[in-house]
Design a protein around this ligand. Structure first.
Ligand code: B16
Ligand code: MG
Length: 214
């Protein structure tokens, strides 16, 4: 499945680092302020989803309607809390095998890109000290359409100067797997096979690929 790969595109949250726990804390705080409880189960629905869409789902869960202006203010408030959490992150939070696998690919001449929905991706990569392990970084600041739209991965391949068929995507979210397939790339799902059904292969984490290139 990983034969003749020239480029590898990585999602951030759930693949390289677990930022979902901080999103959960920040969204939970907002929900509490709005007067309802936000559970871990609810949080699953926000993985890989854009900030604006996440807020819409949260308000739907709480049965709350808000004007566009109010929504903007809520999203900003949540993001400020979230940024406070991720500002304190360091290298110890990189998921097992992620750094090693990135290095392994690069040593084998495979180009690497980030393909994340997060507008905070640059700060997270800097805190983890792995910015330099990516040839191209495509994040929420550079895209106009959210996953499952393939835009983020197509821009990544374009930035690497590679054809989609020569690239592989690593994704933990269903919408991200769909985006990778729609981009015409091979997709490795990170998580549960019963959820990531569209992926060409599913593994528990990047540590499974360390030491076995292709
Ligand atoms: P931000 P990924 C996604 O990251 C998260 O999974 C999702 O929960 C979040 O809403 C989204 O980024 C936007 O993040 O609010 O920081 O811009 O999985 O695409 O790396
Ligand atoms: Mg993700």
């Amino acid at each position: 499945m990983l034969d003749n790969i020239k480029g590898a595109l990585f999602d951030l949250d759930g693949v390289i680092v677990d930022t979902a726990k901080y999103h959960f804390l920040a969204w939970g705080r907002l929900a509490k302020e709005l007067g309802f409880e936000f559970t871990e189960e609810h949080n699953e629905r926000l993985k890989g989803v854009s900030r604006v869409r996440s807020l819409e789902i949260l308000l739907e869960i709480g049965g709350i309607s808000a004007s566009e202006e109010e929504k903007l203010a809520m999203a900003e408030k949540k993001n400020n809390w979230y940024v406070d959490y991720i500002r304190a992150m360091d290298e110890s939070e990189i998921l097992p095998g992620a750094r090693e696998y990135l290095l392994q690919l690069r040593e084998n001449g495979v180009k690497t890109a980030l393909g994340s929905a997060s507008k905070n991706a640059p700060m997270i990569l800097d805190n983890l000290k792995i910015t330099g392990l990516f040839d191209v970084i495509i994040d929420g600041n550079k895209t106009s359409a959210a996953k499952p739209d393939p835009e983020v991965f197509l821009l990544g391949a374009q930035g690497l100067g590679l054809a989609p068929a020569d690239c592989v995507v690593f994704e933990d979210a269903e919408a991200g797997v769909e985006a990778g397939k729609r981009a015409g790339m091979r997709v490795v799902g990170i998580g549960k096979p019963e959820i990531l059904k569209e992926a060409d292969m599913v593994i528990a984490g990047l540590h499974e690929l360390v030491g076995q290139y292709q």
